[in-house]
Design a protein around this ligand. Sequence first.
Ligand SMILES: Cc1cc2nc3c(=O)[nH]c(=O)nc-3n(C[C@H](O)[C@H](O)[C@H](O)COP(=O)(O)O)c2cc1C
Length: 229
Amino acid sequence: MKLLRIAVKIIVIAFVCLWAGHARFLFAQEQIKLPSPCLDGTVSLEKTLSERRTVREFSAASLSLNEISQLLWAGQGIIDRENGYRTAPSAGALYPLTLYLIAGNISGLTQGVYEYKPDGHELIKISEGDMRPELCKGTFVEPWIKNAGATLVLTADYKKSEKKFAKQASRYVDMEAGHAAQNIYLEAAAINVGIVAIGAFDCEKITKILGISSSQKEPIYIIPAGKKQ
Ligand SMILES: Cc1cc2nc3c(=O)[nH]c(=O)nc-3n(C[C@H](O)[C@H](O)[C@H](O)COP(=O)(O)O)c2cc1C
C-alpha cells in the first residue's frame, strides 16, 4: 500500500512537471526587437518645438516600425547603459513608468498589445487583435482613435515611488509622465508623425485592454499616433 502511494505521488509529480514544461512553452512571450533608434536626426530642437502640435486626424497609411521605435525610445529609451538612465528624468531614478503599445496599423507588426522593454529596446507581445474599437469606448468620445496606427499608453507603478517618497510620490510620478509625454510629442514632430495626448479615459477599460492589474500599474496617459492627413 505504501509503495502504491509513493508510485502515485511520483506519477502526479511527473505529470505536473510535464504540464509546467508545456505551459512554459505555450505561454512563452514573443519578443520583438525594435530597429535601433536614429540618434542624429536633422531637424533642430527649435524647429521641433515650433512644429509640435496635437493631431487628431490620421490618414489610413500605416506607421513604420522605425517610427514606432523612435517614439518609444523618446518616451522611455535607455540613454546610459551603465546606470540605466532614460530619455525622461525620474525622481530618484526609480523609473515607475511603463510604456505599452497598442498596434493597429504598423507595417511589420501584428495588431495587438505590447509592453515596451527599455533594456533591450524591444516589445513583448501581450495579446493579439485590433483593440481600437475597445480603445474608442475606453476614451469616451474619441472616434478618430479608430484610425490611429498606434497608441502608446503610459502606465505608472505609484507604489514603486511611494516606498521612497511617501506622500510626494504621486506628484513626482505624474510629473515624470509629463516629461515622457513631451519627449514623445517632440519626437513625433521631428519625424512628422501626428499624435495626441489623452487624459480623459476610463481607467478600468484601459487596464482591461492592456491586460494589467490596476493594483500594480495605472494607465495615466494615452497617446494615439498616426500618419498625418
Ligand atoms: C494633461 C493633458 C490632457 C489632455 N487630454 C486630452 C483629451 O482627453 N482629449 C483630447 O482630445 N486632447 C487632450 N489633450 C490635448 C489638448 O487638447 C491640446 O494639447 C490642446 O488643445 C492644445 O493644442 P496643442 O497640443 O496642439 O498645442 C490633453 C493635453 C494635456 C496636456
